[in-house]
Design a protein around this ligand. Structure first.
Ligand code: ADP
Ligand code: MG
Length: 253
């Protein structure tokens, strides 16, 4: 996507679970080459919003567009194919396989069901193609040296980067990250931030749920603040930090 192009448009999206309104007519956009933070207290509706974008959950109503085209209502596999990739809060990996194999296999399994069936169906040519792509993405984020290590031997920081490499294999336009810095050491957070800035500068759009406020404030271009399912405000990190209602609702000061 060209820089500045609207990559994601979320329009008046709503999700009800029985009587509970988890996401209450929320609208926001993410442009190409932009990192947008999605913050708010526990239960605010951040993960549900992610799940509405990726198609993991159907919206009660509202519209989601990727590069101008409706994606709400599509199966999550189709949404992934169109260029939406995500990582989860907990690292998903096979510890006894190498980093390279984990990235390649994860890329292959994206949106599919049944690990065993997928592995059995993998042809030699396809396997080589996946490994090449996995290697390319690991190099892209500076993990070439750890490619042949067992994934289970990596520290948490590199494991999270491994998950980002896996998400990048689908060549997404939009990357959704659910708390990528949770549990990381300071140095690992800095490495993560460096990789995300690089990807942004390469034109990727990133939507980031993150509780580490230092990271959110220094890394994002714009922040959407949610509370009780609604969008409380939206603005630059400076605007959000200066907002009395955000301080009252979220920062607790
Ligand atoms: P956050 O990620 O901001 O912590 P969530 O999106 O996980 O918030 O949750 C928003 C609200 O929706 C919470 O009250 C939560 O309990 C509720 N909720 C989330 N998922 C479900 C579900 N599958 N069924 C019922 N309620 C849910
Ligand atoms: Mg959550």
């Amino acid at each position: 996507p060209a820089r500045g192009e609207r990559v994601l448009e979320v329009q008046a999206v709503r999700k009800e679970f029985g009587g509970l309104v988890a996401v209450n007519d929320v609208s926001f956009e993410v442009s190409a080459g932009e990192i947008v933070g999605l913050i708010g207290p526990n239960g605010a509706g951040k993960s549900t919003t992610f799940n509405l974008v990726t198609g993991l959950l159907p919206a009660t109503r509202g519209e989601v567009r990727l590069r101008g085209e409706r994606i709400d209502g599509l199966p999550s596999r189709r949404i992934a194919q169109r260029g939406v990739a995500r990582t989860f809060q907990h690292v998903k990996m096979i510890p006894g396989m190498t980093v390279l194999e984990n990235v390649a296999l994860g890329a292959h399994l994206r949106g599919r069901q049944g690990v065993a069936a997928a592995m059995l169906r993998l042809e030699r040519g396809e396997e080589r193609r996946l490994l090449r792509e996995a290697e390319r993405q690991l190099q892209r984020i500076g993990m070439a040296e750890q490619m042949h290590e067992l994934a289970g031997n990596l520290a948490l920081g590199p494991q999270r980067l491994m998950e980002i490499a896996r998400a990048l294999c689908a060549d997404p336009a939009l990357l959704l990250l659910d708390e990528p810095a949770a549990g990381l050491r300071h140095k690992e957070k800095q490495a993560l931030a460096g990789v995300l800035r690089q990807l942004r500068d390469e034109g990727l759009s990133i939507l980031l749920v993150e509780h580490d406020m230092d990271l959110v404030m220094t890394l994002t271009d714009r922040i959407v603040v949610m509370e009780f399912g609604t969008k409380l405000m939206e603005g630059t990190p400076a605007e959000v930090q200066a907002s009395p209602k955000v301080r009252a609702a979220y920062l607790g000061t």
